[in-house]
Design a protein. Structure first.
Ligand code: FAD
Length: 364
């Protein structure tokens, strides 16, 4: 069994569909030196069937993206409680409420007991609530595909994730009758940060505060929802303490520097208005300039409707959200990740070298 990934890192987004589809189970998604998962193949038992390459969403022509023209909407949840517990305007809660209300299941990013970010499936509002709020770390999708297939055999399922994860899920169910029950909702994605840096950062906060981390929020509504405030909200709580503390170091590496992003993010195929999903949700940045009457400081979602299923969902959530159609040019002017990927800074290599040589604290 090989122990390292031999391919070009820019050509693997870590969705893991190759592992899930391998008929001989000879692929293992394995973390590399930056903590990102890559497929490692046991060549001794591999039968060279080529399925792994055929299901890879980055190698698939069109990457499972829709061809029709999408429509763009701003949307704000009617409930203040939902807005306060959502990153943007609460679109995820509205969409997942529809699916849960029809007896379906929701698959999204949750924290495990050690605050690692993992994809899970929930059938209750309480389980779904754990998926609320953005966790700016690449989530672990291992084991999710088989579970999704089981759930889709029983009922409708909402899958939410980054665009590349959604393309992986579309690839897995491509041609399957189970896809009828699948509603795919992606996010506009800046990039996914390293799980290894996340582990190091959690340990650093624990060391600095002399206690175990109990809770984290990557963005909060302590400050008015506005793009210029989006880097201020990282908060954490140490076990036994009542108050949340703030720290900007992780978010700074994520947004302003891009030093901790997955290599494939710099060549992302999904920074496009054509999406590999039924609906896309994101921040409706800039709405305060274009339609000040729709801005209230608690968050506004951007919804992109990509398919007839997406249009039916828009109708279904219209009782729970205030929705207004917006012109495409307004949205693309604000959302660069609908047009091109972010560029990595020249110091990315130097940062990782420092992490390896002297540890995260010095590198920070
Ligand atoms: C890594 C990442 C980068 C993003 N980049 C941008 C951006 O550049 N521009 C922009 O407008 N919006 C971006 N978003 C989306 C934005 O932060 C909100 O997640 C989105 O607007 C949904 O907010 P909400 O109020 O509808 O619901 P919330 O309740 O905040 O919903 C959270 C949703 O995000 C999913 N999610 C959370 N963490 C992860 C994760 N690590 N991996 C996969 N899915 C996750 C959950 O499953 C759930 O569906 C990004 C999100 C992530 C996770």
């Amino acid at each position: 069994m090989d122990t390292v990934y031999k391919g070009d890192k820019e050509n693997c987004c870590g969705c893991g569909v190759c592992e899930a589809r391998c008929p001989r189970h000879v692929i293992r998604m394995t973390p590399d030196g930056e903590g990102f998962l890559y497929p490692v193949i046991d060549h001794e038992h591999c039968i060279d069937c080529g399925i792994c390459a055929r299901v890879c969403p980055l190698q698939h022509e069109g990457s499972f993206k829709e061809e029709g023209r999408p429509r763009f909407f701003s949307a704000t949840h009617n409930s203040e409680e939902v807005l306060r517990h959502s990153t943007s305007g609460g679109a995820f809660t509205a969409v997942s409420d529809v699916i849960l209300g029809r007896g379906g299941a929701v698959c999204g990013a949750d924290f495990d007991g050690g605050l690692r970010v993992v994809h899970r499936i929930a059938r209750t509002a309480a389980g779904r609530d754990r998926m609320r709020l953005s966790k700016y770390v690449q989530s672990d999708m291992r084991d999710v595909y088989e579970k999704l297939a089981e759930e889709l055999g029983r009922s409708e399922v909402l899958f939410t994730g980054t665009p590349c994860q959604c393309a992986g899920v579309r690839s897995f169910f491509n041609g399957s009758p189970l896809a009828e029950n699948l509603f795919v909702c992606d996010l506009i994605c800046h990039s996914v940060p390293s799980p290894l840096i996340w582990e190091g950062y959690k340990r650093l906060l624990e060391e600095e505060n002399g206690g175990r981390l109990a809770e984290v929020r990557f963005r909060s509504k302590r400050y008015p929802w506005l793009r210029k405030n989006s880097n201020k909200g990282f908060m954490y709580r140490i076990e036994g303490a009542d108050d949340f503390l703030e720290d900007g170091r992780f978010y700074n590496l994520f947004i302003h520097r891009g030093t901790i992003a997955r290599p494939s993010c710099e060549r992302c195929r999904f920074t496009d208005v054509r999406r590999a999903s039924d609906m896309t949700i994101a921040d409706c940045w800039g709405i305060e300039k274009y339609a000040p009457e729709l801005y209230d400081g608690l968050g506004v979602s951007l919804l992109i409707v990509n398919t007839p299923k997406g249009a039916a969902m828009l109708e279904a959530i219209s009782m729970a959200m205030r929705i207004s159609e917006r012109p495409e040019e307004e949205i693309t002017a604000e959302q660069q990740r609908l047009s091109y990927p972010g560029k990595f800074p020249p110091e990315r290599g130097e940062f990782w070298e420092l992490v390896r040589r002297s540890g995260l604290k010095s590198a920070l």
